[in-house]
Design a protein around this ligand. Structure first.
Ligand code: ATP
Ligand code: MG
Length: 222
């Protein structure tokens, strides 16, 4: 069954068309790559798919429910890594990871356990009490990943999750996202990195806001 369906998206800003008729579909257990050159519209597509930004046309459905009707719990069941991370600098790594789980009203002990596990999975267990403002770029990126995967979200949306990482951490992150997909999450990753796209089940390519290859049935008319 498809979890996340994004259909026929239009997005226009400042008189320019940034996305035009774009669709993606990500099922449970699947990892989809959104590739394409810088400026092709990957970030707006992922923000719209995550329900974080409204589109000017088209549909976003999670388990068949349109984005306008998502409950707080449904919104929080989507783990997101923003290209700019979106971490709170004056909270610790662990406090940042805990935030979405608090929004999902998970029990305190469960949150602590899930945050510790997620930080271990990104090899940052020793940094959990550090303020985010004291971390390196790559460490911040891994805190953002830990936040997105903690507590087994239904969907994981990752915008360039390896852009700041050394090869060892890049491979760790790729393996981790692939493992989350195998464990049942629907994962969508925007990336230029061929190591990331090679690990995905499917790749779609965006150019100037259009899907030029790898289109799924959601892009087809009717
Ligand atoms: N709010 C906005 N207002 C005006 N233009 C925007 C806005 N958001 C994005 N754009 C434009 O839309 C296009 C696609 O944006 P974006 O940078 O998100 O693409 P991308 O594929 O994610 O690129 P990158 O690989 O560099 O992250 C760019 O030309 C950008 O300038
Ligand atoms: Mg981008």
């Amino acid at each position: 069954m498809s979890v996340l369906q994004v259909r026929n998206i239009a997005y226009r800003r400042g008189g320019r068309t940034i996305l035009d008729g774009v669709g993606i579909e990500v099922a449970m257990g699947e990892m989809l790559a959104v590739s394409g050159p810088s400026g092709s519209g990957k970030t707006p597509l992922l923000l719209i798919a995550a329900g974080l930004m409204p589109a000017d046309g088209g549909e976003v459905l999670l388990d068949g429910v349109p984005v306008a009707e998502w409950s707080a719990r449904a919104r929080a069941s989507i783990g997101v890594i923003l290209q700019t991370y979106g971490l709170m600098p004056f909270l610790t790594a662990e406090e940042n990871v805990a935030l979405p789980m608090q929004a999902r009203r998970m029990q305190r002990v469960a949150i602590e356990e899930a945050a510790a596990t997620a930080l271990e999975e990104v090899a940052l267990a020793g940094m959990r009490h550090r303020l985010v403002s004291e971390l390196s770029g790559g460490q911040k990126q891994r805190v953002a990943l830990a936040r997105a995967i903690a507590g087994e979200p239904e969907v994981i949306i990752a915008d360039e999750p390896t852009s700041e990482l050394d090869p060892e951490n890049r491979d760790r992150v790729i393996q981790l996202l692939a493992a989350k997909a195998r464990a049942g999450s629907a994962v969508a990753v925007a990336s230029h990195d061929r190591h990331v796209t090679a690990a995905c089940n499917r790749v779609i390519r965006l150019v100037h806001g259009h899907v030029v290859s790898g289109a799924t049935s959601s892009e087809l008319p009717g």
